[in-house]
Ligand binder design. Structure first.
Ligand code: AR6
Length: 189
């Protein structure tokens, strides 16, 4: 099963573990629109990073759709984490597929990568956005995540390294299966 693909001189790699331990330039947070913290990976990032992150989030002006609308992304410092930046993005809540969930999930990945490039990050780590509390089906989400990152790397040739950090062995196996045909393509491109 595929653990990585190479695109435009960059690499997309899979790993299993706790994203708060990642030493990439940026880690992505699967946040909610308030940016004021929550459960899951969001809670873990704020706990490990300390209060500096939420203090910086609170300074981002709140609009009618919160501080960060669904599909958008904003960067802050990373407090006590080893990463330099946390990129907070808001994935869609899965409501059956008729509410532009797939497009919004792809936007969350794309906008996170744009923030990473703006901050000149050479490496960025993503959790599996929307597939926990927001209940996005994991297979569909993995396919969208991999395609969005692959297309971005082909166009921008940056960041040099993108990591998907899956929390469970089951989730890792799904992503490996999804990456397999893309890995075959990347050998022949
Ligand atoms: N490292 C990597 N992945 C993790 C970690 C970790 N430390 N902890 C959990 N995951 P979720 P969502 C995985 O629910 O679905 C929050 O309350 C988890 O197993 O964190 O986008 C926010 O404030 C799952 O595979 O994010 C929002 O309200 C994946 O991360 C809401 O949840 C995403 O699960 C966002 O829901």
């Amino acid at each position: 099963m595929a653990r990585e693909i190479r695109v435009g001189g960059c690499v997309l790699r899979l790993s299993q573990g706790d994203i708060t331990a990642c030493r990439t330039d940026a880690i992505v947070n699967a946040a909610n629109s308030t940016l004021m913290g929550g459960g899951g990976v969001d809670g873990a990032i704020h706990r490990a990073g300390g209060p500096a992150i939420v203090e910086e989030c609170a300074k981002i002006p709140a609009g009618p759709h919160g501080r960060c609308p669904t599909g958008e992304a904003v960067a802050t410092g990373a407090g006590r984490l080893a990463a330099r930046f946390v990129i907070h993005t808001v994935g869609p809540v899965w409501r059956g597929g008729g509410k532009s969930e797939e497009e919004l999930l792809a936007s969350a990945y794309r906008n996170s990568l744009l923030r990473a490039v703006e901050k000149k990050c050479a490496s960025v780590a993503f959790p599996s956005i929307s597939t926990g509390a927001y209940r996005f089906p994991i297979e569909k989400a993995a396919r969208i995540a991999a395609a969005a990152v692959k297309d971005f790397l082909a166009e921008h040739r940056a960041p040099r390294e993108v990591l998907f950090v899956l929390f469970s062995a089951e989730d890792l196996a799904v992503y490996e299966r999804i990456l397999e045909p893309l890995a075959q393509d990347s050998l022949t491109e």
